[in-house]
Design a protein around this ligand. Structure first.
Ligand SMILES: Cc1cc2nc3c(=O)[nH]c(=O)nc-3n(C[C@H](O)[C@H](O)[C@H](O)COP(=O)(O)OP(=O)(O)OC[C@H]3O[C@@H](n4cnc5c(N)ncnc54)[C@H](O)[C@@H]3O)c2cc1C
Length: 280
């Protein structure tokens, strides 16, 4: 099966998640919408579950071998420019997109500099930082849903905190940016990256903030107030630097991270909801 598509069987999933945790699994890399459609149709025909993988910066893979088929859109990597509008493919890496914006004097996404995500993953999660989020810049999104490719206009899109109403596989999206002096863009990118480096444990593998904010409740603050920073289970640790992050300190297993998540939930007693996607 799937002989027509680029694939890795028995892939070491550690290498496909910024957590650097996981057993083995099959990853398919369609190179165009036609192949993507065929892959999805074949999964359905054969009763196989699938999961769209972006850059794996918000996922926790299990320690055991994953039955679900992973579909990566890393081969969808074009950016088309039309004035201040960019049509960006889902597989475009955010570092690359920020570099493209810098080279083309387009401003708006500087806050995202340093998020280790794919563009598709960022749009799907409505990722954001420092008071901005990607939804604000979206004009329309192209999705594959029920075997059909369609554009969804911004009037039909609903972005809220770390979520959107996008139902389907994001193929690309159009964003609207502003013209800006290159030096100013570079300055902003550097500023936001410095902010990240100063507050986040970037030297350790992680999946960013583990829990979603709950209204005005910031999980990191509550965890910090409970003096839980530095708590360790197996190889996983609540970061000393940012209480919202669980880091893979020393060959952590998914079960270590999950145990730490349960521990935090018990201690905070706030019914916290995970922002990270846990695959089982
Ligand atoms: C060090 C670090 C810092 C971070 N900082 C931030 C931050 O400042 N702000 C923030 O919001 N997040 C942050 N994150 C979390 C993470 O980068 C974001 O959630 C990001 O949007 C996930 O993108 P991804 O491409 O890695 O998606 P993945 O982690 O691979 O997937 C996340 C979800 O998106 C879905 N998905 C991915 N691509 C598509 C697609 N093409 N179509 C449909 N669904 C898709 C997946 O199925 C999954 O449900 C950080 C993570 C790390 C490790």
């Amino acid at each position: 099966m799937f002989e027509y598509v680029e694939k890795i069987k028995n892939a070491d999933l550690k290498n496909y998640s910024t957590f650097k945790i996981g057993g083995k699994g099959t990853i398919l890399f369609p190179k165009c919408v036609c192949e993507l459609k065929k892959v999805i149709a074949d999964c359905k025909k054969n009763g196989l579950d699938y999961f769209i993988l972006g850059n794996g910066s918000n996922v926790l893979f299990p320690d055991y071998d994953l039955k679900i088929i992973l579909i990566s859109l890393k081969n969808f990597k074009k950016i088309k420019k039309n004035g201040n509008f960019l049509q960006v493919d889902a597989g475009v890496n955010l570092f690359f997109l920020n570099k493209y914006c810098l080279d083309n004097c387009l401003s708006g996404l500087e806050w995202s500099y340093g998020i280790p995500a794919s563009f598709g993953g960022l749009v799907y999660m409505n990722g954001g930082a420092y008071g901005s989020s990607i939804g604000e810049f979206i004009e329309r999104v192209k999705v594959l849903k029920n075997g059909k490719v369609m554009w969804i206009d911004k009037n039909s899109l609903n972005f809220s905190y770390r979520t959107s109403n996008i139902d389907g596989i994001i193929i690309c999206a159009e964003i609207h940016l502003k013209s800006e002096d290159k030096m100013k863009i570079e300055e902003k990118q550097r500023y936001f990256f410095e902010c990240r480096k100063n507050t986040q444990p970037l030297e350790y593998p992680s999946a960013g903030s583990v829990f979603k904010r709950k209204g005005e409740i910031f999980p990191a603050k509550i965890i910090d107030n409970l003096n839980l920073k530095g708590t360790t289970i197996g190889g996983a640790e609540i970061s000393q630097q940012h209480a919202g992050f669980i880091i893979n300190k020393h060959n952590a297993k998914a079960i270590d991270v999950l145990a730490l998540i349960s521990y935090i939930k018990r201690k905070t007693n706030l019914n916290l909801e995970e922002e990270i996607v846990v695959l089982r």
